[in-house]
Write a protein that binds this ligand. Structure first.
Ligand code: NAD
Length: 507
């Protein structure tokens, strides 16, 4: 199936490709005053699939001003929680009606396999439903205090929230952040990654349609260095919620310090997938592949390091390599595709460069390592599923996030060594343990410094549970009740039970 067929099949997916797509500020669709635009490419073939407006710094300021007015002057923070919940439920309903359209658009913009995109849209729908449910649930507390005072705490929204999302999950990351913030009563300015704005632009059509008041939700399109920078430094932004690379997160944390913004960071990973000799062989092989090759390895929680017990190395590795070689790589919209293209040519070059770095460091290449240039695939950013072994813990390919379909193997002999190797990077996002020994699984998991873990599985996670990184993989959590809490403040209210002077001043 080629793009033309896809477009015919899903009429509304790409629409008029000559029109410049707009951003959404203060309840209106607007084109940047600069008239600058950005072409959006399909990573499967490098074709231009859309042109979008590109904001200048002043337009990010306007969006923040609109969000501030909506929160303070126009009283979004006092809108009854049930009304906010109703709006979120309407978003979920409208997104459900357009599920296939959103999924195909995500595939055309990001390159991910269509089944993954469908899963993403399902997750986004569920996020709006989940946080609609939580909108009415914040509750305070009262305290017994040693005085004639009734002490209590109420929960209030943080205020104006700026949200910055990456290109690997364009719709889901935006939906999880926006639905939680709006449910809490915050107003939002959101910036997608410049490569992948299309599904978020369309989500804003829905937000507009269901009737969020002007200024409550704002979409600014543009680069991180210009628009992201304005949002992070803006004195009227109360909180930054960021998902992206660790280096960008560090910069954001520094910049946000100037205005003591609340900061939520979901950053990179180099996650260990530990396979003990007593693990179910088939299950461990299957999840070792899924852990790294799902989403082309462009997944923050990817199991990018396989930690293998030495005694099964000779049996496990040949089977793993044979299966990796069989993975069907192709455009995300083709039914039999198991792995799609990488997001951009420059990212593909970075990933391939890491293979070279690994080989220069002394690693051995077991499979892959090249761009795929067969037939139509030559036009896209396709990289072979790649596995490297003979590694040492200090190698760059072991320590740094490659963010592509590149698995590095590390070998261990004891449980203690497995734990030490697993924890031996600056990251702490995810980890998995494969073993049939229940006690060992628990022991190892409890010693791993990671926020998202699995026993005998890799990747399944749920909107109900918090997503958070240890170490340099982040601060705070998205999703679940923890993801809601980050948009709420606590206010202490002390009420005198006797209305009388304090008696402190004698004169
Ligand atoms: P990135 O850090 O380059 O960009 C992320 C977003 O930040 C983009 O919208 C970008 O425009 C913006 N940005 C860039 N520079 C900025 C600046 N100086 N100030 C403000 N905003 C700026 O990351 P990416 O390449 O888009 O995404 C890949 C990274 O995201 C990987 O490291 C991956 O692990 C991480 N990620 C983490 C999670 C998680 O939940 N922990 C989830 C998805 C992706």
């Amino acid at each position: 199936m080629n793009v033309t067929v896809v477009v015919n099949q899903f009429e509304r997916v790409l629409r008029d490709q000559t029109a410049v797509q707009q951003m959404y500020i203060n309840g209106k669709w607007v084109t940047s005053s600069s008239n600058q635009t950005r072409e959006i490419l399909n990573p499967a073939n490098q074709e231009v699939i859309a042109t979008v407006t590109e904001a200048v710094a002043e337009e990010a300021d306007l969006a923040v001003e609109a969000a501030k007015n909506a929160f303070y002057k126009n009283g979004w923070k006092n809108v009854y929680a049930r009304t906010r919940a109703d709006l979120l439920l309407k978003v979920a309903e409208k997104l459900s009606e357009r599920k296939e359209e959103f999924a195909m658009l995500e595939t055309l913009n990001n390159g991910k396999v269509y089944a993954d995109s469908l899963q993403d849209v399902d997750d986004a729908i569920n996020q709006f439903q989940y946080y609609a449910g939580l909108a009415t649930k914040p509750h305070g507390q009262t305290y017994e205090v040693p005085d004639e005072i009734q002490a209590m705490v109420v929960r209030e929204p943080v205020g104006v929230v700026a949200q910055i999302v990456p290109w690997n999950y364009p719709l889901v990351m935006a939906a999880q952040k926006m639905s939680a913030a709006l449910a809490a009563g915050c107003t939002v300015v959101i910036k997608p990654a410049s490569q992948t704005p299309l599904t978020l632009i369309r989500l804003f059509e829905i937000l507009d349609e269901v009737g969020f008041p002007a200024g409550v939700v704002n979409l600014v399109l543009g680069s991180g260095s210009v628009i992201g920078d304005v949002l992070v430094n803006h004195p009227d932004v109360d909180k930054i919620s960021f998902t992206g690379g660790t280096d960008t997160g560090k910069q954001i944390m520094k910049d946000a310090a100037n205005t003591v913004k609340k900061v939520g960071l979901e950053l990179g990973g180099k996650s260990p997938n530990i396979v003990f000799a007593d693990a179910d062989f088939e299950t461990a092989i299957d999840y070792a592949l899924l852990g790294i090759f799902a989403g082309q390895g462009q997944v923050c929680s990817a199991g990018s390091r396989l930690l293998l017990e030495k005694s099964i190395y000779d049996k496990f590795v040949p089977e793993l390599v044979a299966r990796a070689k069989k993975i069907k790589v192709g455009p995300g919209w083709e039914e039999d595709t198991e792995m799609g293209p990488l997001i951009s040519q420059s990212h593909m070059e970075n990933v391939l460069n890491y293979v070279k770095i690994g080989l220069d460091e002394g690693a051995w290449l077991l499979c892959g390592g090249n761009r795929i240039v067969d037939g139509d695939l030559a036009n896209g950013n396709y990289v072979e599923p790649t596995i490297l072994t003979n590694t040492t813990p200090d190698m760059r390919i072991v320590q740094e996030e490659i963010f592509g379909p590149v698995l590095v193997i590390q070998v261990f002999e004891t449980e203690e060594e497995a734990i030490e190797l697993a924890n031996g990077t600056d990251f702490g996002l995810a980890a998995a343990v494969f073993t049939n020994d229940g006690a060992k699984a628990q022991r190892v998991i409890r010693n791993l410094r990671a926020g998202i873990t699995w026993i005998n599985a890799y990747h399944p996670t749920f909107n109900e549970a918090p997503w958070s990184g240890y170490k340099q993989s982040g601060i705070g959590a998205d999703l679940g009740t923890y993801g809601f809490e980050q948009y709420l403040l606590t206010k202490q209210i002390n009420i005198a039970l006797e209305v009388q002077p304090s008696g402190w001043y004698k004169g």
